[in-house]
Ligand binder design. Structure first.
Ligand SMILES: Cc1cc2nc3c(=O)[nH]c(=O)nc-3n(C[C@H](O)[C@H](O)[C@H](O)COP(=O)(O)O)c2cc1C
Ligand code: SF4
Length: 422
């Protein structure tokens, strides 16, 4: 281990759970689930591979925790469902991929798409504010002439909000029972929960809008409801924006004030992201922009629970940020799609061998247009189940060939049946 990186390999405790190091596999809808929202063989292989990556924690992303979230999604292709009891065995199998490798695993609870979702009678967000993504913000991923302008959702009723809070808490209980070690509330991008936090997108005049306390209410209600079901010692995080990065948008001090309320409501860590869908380019830089802009530092002044940072691809930079106390955990998203051995290599002092993400965003481009997610720098990503099974397939072909041709080679047959596992 290079001494400069030693800070990144110090344990840290979240609630009662100790993580062995500061690296976290970030939530990513990049695990190719089945069309009904169950994990697929590829999903299991994706998480198994990342659980062996040397990270201290794995977070399952691309996961809706309410029926409304699933049914109102603009594209369910990349997402699993946490809202169904009959999927519990699949979720337990998912948790097992990490536990087999002695790594804890959390589930991101995404309530639903909000203003990003599918227009229809249940197209709801905090308020009727339409999502507009300027052409310039999309350039880093996919140039769309004129940008994207969606129709306005309708404001959710108080009954609808209360029902979604309850359902989210039930999903937290479900994933806990399935063996997950913690949950993270997804209030990132421009999704449903995020729409409540910003005074630009939350224009409500009831108890869910207006003051900082009111805009924090939906998350605090959910946290209380989750705590009532899972107890005080279960880790709960909140993933939220550090800054909206749009004109007239909400900035770090106000988001940090919300985070302070979340901490008081027993949230165990805050995971920071940059910008919503309107500023989607902000999250793609990978050069620690949340620290460069001073947003992480503002949060540190407001809260004392651990802060997780995204977008820090360089290990030297990550170590200096943690050493300086600007953040406590480093989330790796795209870097682990490219090189699932990133953290192992770093621990072995082989940082030069890490295959780096080019930030060209082929992965996100493919996600935007609905194609299977791939990474040109890692041809096995997205096909990990097949790759893991390849030796077995080859052995089974050899055994079949030998049988058909009546080749009498006990050594060959023995070898093949050993690999096939018969
Ligand atoms: C293909 C892909 C899918 C993603 N899906 C999610 C998701 O479901 N939930 C989420 O909170 N973030 C999601 N993200 C964002 C990542 O967690 C991460 O914050 C982002 O990629 C920036 O970190 P990085 O620079 O390390 O990649 C996704 C990112 C990618 C590349
Ligand atoms: S496709 Fe490009 S941006 Fe995405 S993970 Fe691979 S190298 Fe990084």
């Amino acid at each position: 281990l290079n001494v400069d990186h030693e800070t990144l390999f110090r344990p840290i405790t979240i609630n009662q759970l100790t993580l062995q190091n500061r690296y976290v596999q970030g939530p990513m809808a990049a695990h190719a689930p089945q069309h009904d929202g169950r994990p697929s063989a590829e999903t299991f292989a994706f998480f198994e591979r990342r659980a062996r990556s040397g990270v201290g924690l794995v977070i399952v992303g691309g996961a809706y925790c309410t029926q409304w979230g699933w049914e109102g999604a603009s594209n369910t292709r990349y997402w699993i469902r946490l809202d169904r009891d009959d999927y519990a065995a699949d979720l337990a199998k998912l948790a097992e991929t990490a536990h087999r490798n002695n790594v804890p695993i959390f589930a991101e609870l995404n309530v639903g798409d909000g203003a990003v979702g599918k227009p229809g009678p249940d197209f709801i967000a905090a308020s009727a504010v339409a999502l507009e993504i300027p052409e310039a913000a999309l350039k880093a991923i996919l140039p769309v002439p004129g940008g994207v302008r969606k129709s306005a959702p309708r404001a959710a009723t108080r009954d609808e909000i209360a029902r979604l809070e309850d359902e989210t808490a039930q999903s937290a209980l479900r994933v806990k029972k399935a063996g997950f070690d913690g949950v993270e509330l997804g209030a990132q991008m421009s999704y449903f929960l995020a729409s409540f936090l910003s005074s630009r997108t939350n224009l409500r005049d009831d108890e869910y809008g207006g003051s900082t306390e009111n805009r924090a209410r939906i998350i605090i209600n959910i946290v209380r409801k989750i705590r009532g079901l899972v107890g005080g010692d279960y880790p709960i995080g909140v993933r939220m924006l550090a800054n909206e990065h749009v004109e007239g948008g909400q900035e770090a001090a106000e988001y940090a004030a919300l985070a302070r309320l979340f901490e008081a409501a027993s949230v165990d860590y805050i995971a920071l992201t940059e910008g919503g869908h309107e500023a989607v380019d902000m999250g793609a830089t990978g050069d620690a922009s949340i620290v460069r802009h001073g947003e992480a530092q503002v949060f540190k002044q407001h809260i004392s629970i651990p802060i997780m940072l995204q977008g820090v691809h360089d290990p030297d930079l990550a170590a200096s940020i943690v050493r300086a106390g600007h953040a406590d955990l480093i989330l790796l998203g795209r870097p682990l799609l490219v090189d699932p051995d990133y953290v192992n290599k770093l621990r072995q002092g082989k940082a030069v061998d890490i295959v780096r993400c080019d930030k060209n965003n082929e992965c996100l481009r493919r996600l935007m247009v609905g194609l299977s997610i791939r990474c040109p720098r890692n041809p096995t990503f997205g096909r990990e189940a097949t790759v893991a099974n390849r030796p077995k397939q080859i052995a089974s072909h050899v055994a079949e060939w030998a049988t058909l041709k009546a080749v009498s080679s006990p050594t060959l047959m023995k070898l093949a049946s050993k690999v096939v596992g018969k």
